[in-house]
Ligand binder design. Sequence first.
Ligand SMILES: [Zn+2]
Length: 387
Amino acid sequence: MNVFTRFTLVALLILSHSFAQAQDLAYAKQVVQTLASPEYWGRGYTHDGMKKASNYIAGELKRLGLEPLDGKSYLQAFNYPVNTFPAQVEVSINGKLLVTGVDYIITHDSLGMKAQGSLVVGSDSNHFENKDAHVSVTLASKLTWSVAKKVSDRLEIQLDRARFTETPTRFEVNVANQFVPNFEASNISAIVKGTKDPNRFVVFTAHYDHLGGMGEHTYFPGANDNASGDSMVLGLAKYFAAHPQPYSMVFIFFAGEEAGLLGSRYFVEHPLMDLKKIRFVTNFDMVGTGNEGITVVNATEFVKEFQAMQAINAEGKYLAAVNSRGTAANSDHYWFAKNGVPAFFIYTLGGIKAYHDVFDRSATLPFTAWENLFKFILKFNDGLMNE
Ligand SMILES: [Zn+2]
């Protein structure tokens, strides 16, 4: 082979390598854009958002050539009660019709009602109320929504105090809520069988549910939380489907995380695999930023694995920082670790501040550390396979 041919081959190799990486990131962006689009309506409880998201993810797993974890179905159904806002949500304060999600939110456990009346100062200068109407108004520095499994006896309006600077004295509301006692959700799981030791498992997880929508015109996209984690786990599923490992590789997308880690609890209580045979679980939740690196929850519990991660980063300089954090019941790793399965939860740091609000959109998600985190995880997995 002459010098020119050799040069061309090396150049082609480098090109195809960076092409593969660019493709990984392009796929991740496509996944986030899809899951955070209005079609999926915040992957929650109205407009069939969560169900559409589960069909999309299961469809991707099938297309990428993965088998269902239990050999039968990608979906594992379970149910739970939830308060929803499927129809009109209209709020006026001091005679001004406000923009849902931007000027205000209805607290997740609110009771729907059609009412109007005056407001008086409540427990402090940030709280206003009409006791007879069961309506309260709170001035908030940040609007942060959630999911409620029950309905309270009142309607609470949270106003963004930076946008609404008057003293609230009058309200008019037309809000419909619907309590769903048995909302059906599904975890999604798939496997790439191991080549040497298929009964040992390495597991990657991310929740795909988010908060859903508030009324007919407002939804919470959940691009960072947690379409970003889904894009990481789908990216890993795509990679490992093409590169089978000695151990079986398992990919799980949980529902019901935002309602209180319900999907992961259901999975651990009704496992589709022997939990004792899991070598390690890595859970991703909010990994769409990263200019300040990552934090690893349970780093203090699984010291050997955390040291391996630190060594990988010291050598390859993938991430700006790999921070240690102790135990925390703040994502789906929790139920695994609580049941004796070694598990980390990784989230990225820095960048956008949007969280559980209408601003957590795919268009503004920076994906700063996505590619390097992906490579970092492949290295970490190499270590597990070579123990
Ligand atoms: Zn989350």
